[in-house]
Design a protein around this ligand. Structure first.
Ligand code: ADP
Ligand code: ZN
Length: 719
């Protein structure tokens, strides 16, 4: 048989098209060119090494950090008829030996191992004695100490590159930060490798942030929109997880908790129930998620504000791996910011600066009135250039007219003043609305002149107004206690020197679940329960049999023969042989009963593709290298010089060589340069603001950025 990547894609995996970069990565692997691949979760990294493994004569070794991931992958591969095995401590002696045997006699295409296992002399000898065509490092960011899941054993992997010179090396990660990527390339000795870096935009995730005023009701309203669908709810603390779990459970939701305080056995059991569609929802702390491959997670709720953008991105990233639209809701409350800051108290000065920086990034994201993809992708060094993503709350909201709100704002500000700027939003609103709450009466706040002067305005509206004042920095919540302080802008409004224009009344957002239901949901339920039954019999997760997307595709096209079934997304020859007997009769019977015939040309509601394009920083870097000056680049892109420097930084951090000479842009004295270098050495390269503040705000960001580029590009002595 003539096996091409394209034919394998269709016949084995049942997919019609490659996603962007997939074919290039496969071809470059087949040409034995090393590669570094950075692609977001769910974009289809696995196929990039699985397809070559079916074309190579020899073995493909996949190094993977987690036992659960290996098991999952091997199960999925066997379901499409590919021989794959794993070696780790979870296997019985017999199973282990049997797997070794299949490798020795070349009857397995892929071997999944953890690095610990790989470095055992017995395994190295075994691999030495056979032909290994490809080494693939999955989750390659684990090699970097900058990353969030550093694994010391990964460090030794660079050795393997030298020990197996005839094998091709590929490394995969979904970690977006340039510094980790750079570290990865360096530590794995893959300087010569081709780089495939994709956009981090997950187009099928709908992003929404709402003010947290009644989180329980907000959460319940939200999950009610997803009957029978899987979802995750992330909380800040174990206690919160337990409480929320209990409440939801008592109210009849299909839910389990997950956090580090539960025993391994309970955690594992709950995770397994979720993966197998036995329960619908997991309420979890951040501990949940690593090693979860479940493709049909339809929603993620952040019950509390995550402590930085990176963890937020990672957590929402678990939704919609199957490419179907999924909904991410963040409940945003200033009280949470206080909780996060509480844990800052043990940090050193430098750690503190970094922590504040990270917190700023999540605040930016939550408070923006622009498309949410802008601050989100910007954090990862990408510029989002579309005006309307159509997949975030801000983009779907009509631009509302700003109206003159000076009077209510003056009421709010003067109430703050009369209570001594000692209280937070909640208390001020109680006073304004004339509440009889003990907290108000005990302090005699019912005696002051602003008591009750805002009773005609709802609690919700007051909150909405207060958020605008905070966002516009007219009032500032105290970092430690949340009490509100007036700024000079506030005084101007109080003294009638300026007016305040803003939005009145919170927009009632369209209550639309962003999950397409343009398919026959009755048939879907029938197929789903059949899938569940088979999965349980075979003791595998349901998605291993067929993905949700496959079932949906069936419910749109009603295939009633094997040939038609083969045209369905995710159905290859092997799946036909295994499952057509189980599923076809259900479809045929259903169609007979309802008098439905096969539908050939219906297009499923077009699912967004993962867009992958050349990133702006690469374009800028290449133009700079071609001889363009900074001011020419500024003119060309119509941006500030700082922006150009940011692009160049990313360019260098992604392992590219930059033309020397950036220091000609700097006007710092030698002494100042020395000081900046010292601060970089001390504070690291992650964030610039710690350096800016350490230098007492004396040296501008432009200059600091130039120095950073020069350092990264080897144009400065680091002493
Ligand atoms: P990653 O490892 O990048 O997170 P996976 O390799 O698990 O992503 O792929 C995510 C899902 O997308 C899987 O269900 C996979 O089968 C599917 N997939 C991958 N490539 C394609 C493609 N070209 N067309 C359709 N589905 C694909
Ligand atoms: Zn948007």
């Amino acid at each position: 048989m003539n096996k091409t990547p394209k034919s394998i894609m269709k016949e084995v995996f049942g997919y019609d098209e490659f996603r962007e970069n997939q074919l290039d990565i496969i071809n470059s692997t087949l040409n034995k060119e090393d590669a570094i691949v950075v692609m977001p979760t769910g974009s289809g990294k696995s196929l990039c090494y699985q397809i070559p493994s079916l074309i190579f004569d020899g073995l493909t070794v996949v190094v993977s950090p987690l036992i659960s991931l290996m098991k999952d992958q091997v199960e999925q591969l066997r379901e499409v008829g590919i021989k794959a095995v794993f070696l780790n401590s979870s296997l019985t002696y017999e199973a282990y030996e049997e797997n070794i045997q299949t490798i020795r006699n070349n009857s397995s295409r892929l071997l999944y191992v953890a690095p610990e296992t790989l470095f055992q002399p017995r395994i190295l000898d075994l691999l030495d004695s056979i032909k290994v065509d490809c080494f693939t490092i999955d989750e390659a960011h684990c090699i970097s100490e900058w990353g969030h899941d550093f694994r010391p054993e990964y460090r030794k992997l660079s050795q393997i590159r030298e020990d197996f010179p005839d094998s091709v090396f590929t490394a995969f990660t979904a970690t977006a930060t340039p510094i980790v990527q750079k570290d990865m390339i360096r530590s794995l000795n893959l300087n010569e490798a081709k780089q495939f870096i994709s956009s981090f935009d997950r187009k099928n995730l709908f992003l929404e942030v709402v003010n947290k005023n009644d989180p329980l009701t907000q959460t319940v309203d939200f999950i009610n929109r997803f009957p029978n669908q899987s979802g995750l709810i992330y909380c800040f603390s174990r206690r919160q997880v337990d409480e929320l779990y209990q409440t939801l459970n008592e109210n009849g939701y299909s839910v389990k908790p997950y956090h580090a305080g539960l025993s391994d056995i309970v955690r594992h059991k709950n995770q397994e129930l979720f993966i197998r569609d036995d329960i619908q929802i997991i309420v979890a702390t951040i501990a949940f998620g690593m090693g979860i491959n479940k493709p049909n997670i339809r929603f993620v709720v952040h019950y509390d504000v995550p402590k930085n953008i990176e963890s937020y991105y990672q957590q929402i990233g678990r939704a919609g791996r199957d490419g179907l639209n999924s909904h991410c809701l963040l409940l945003f409350g200033y009280g949470d910011i206080g909780k996060i800051k509480y844990f800052f108290k043990d940090k050193t000065d430098n750690e503190l600066k970094i922590a504040y920086n990270q917190l700023d990034s999540i605040l930016n994201f939550s408070e923006t009135e622009e498309c949410r993809r802008k601050p989100l992708l910007n954090y990862f060094g990408e510029e989002y250039e579309q005006d309307n993503c159509k997949m975030c709350d801000n983009c779907l909201q009509d631009k509302k007219e700003q109206i003159n709100l000076t009077i209510p704002v003056q009421k709010f500000l003067s109430c703050m003043k009369r209570t001594g700027e000692m209280f937070g939003v909640h208390h001020i609103i109680l006073v304004l609305r004339g509440s009889k709450d003990k907290k108000v009466l005990n302090r005699n706040h019912d005696k002051i002149s602003t008591y009750g002067i805002g009773a005609d305005i709802s609690n919700k509206q007051w909150n909405f107004l207060a958020r605008q004042l905070i966002r516009k920095k007219i009032i500032i919540p105290d970092e430690q206690y949340g009490s509100l302080k007036l700024t000079s802008q506030a005084w101007e409004i109080l003294k009638n020197e300026t007016e305040f224009f803003g939005l009145w009344q919170e927009e009632t957002r369209k209550k639309k679940a962003f999950v397409s239901t343009d398919y026959d949901t009755n048939l879907f339920e029938l197929l789903r329960s059949k899938r569940k039954q088979i999965a349980d019999e075979r003791n595998v997760p349901p998605y291993v049999i067929f993905s949700d997307k496959t079932l949906i595709d069936i419910c749109v096209h009603y295939p009633q023969s094997n040939d038609s079934l083969l045209k369905i997304h995710g159905v290859g020859q092997f799946k036909i042989e295994k499952y057509s007997n189980a599923f076809l009769p259900i479809i045929i019977e259903y169609c007979l009963e309802k008098n439905i015939s096969e539908k050939q040309n219906v297009k499923l509601v077009k699912l967004p593709k993962t867009g992958i394009k050349k990133r702006r920083f690469e374009e800028v870097g290449e133009m700079y290298n071609s001889g363009k000056s900074i001011s020419e680049l500024r003119q060309h892109y119509q941006v500030k010089s700082q922006t150009i420097y940011t692009h160049l930084t990313l360019f260098v951090q992604s392992g590219n060589e930059l033309r020397k000479g950036i220091l000609t842009e700097s006007s710092l004295s030698d002494e100042d340069r020395k000081q900046v270098v010292t601060q970089f050495n001390e504070l690291g390269f992650e964030a610039l603001s710690p350096i800016f503040y350490a230098l007492k705000e004396r040296i501008g960001y432009d200059e600091i950025k130039i120095m950073k580029i020069a350092l990264l590009n080897g144009e400065l002595n680091t002493e």
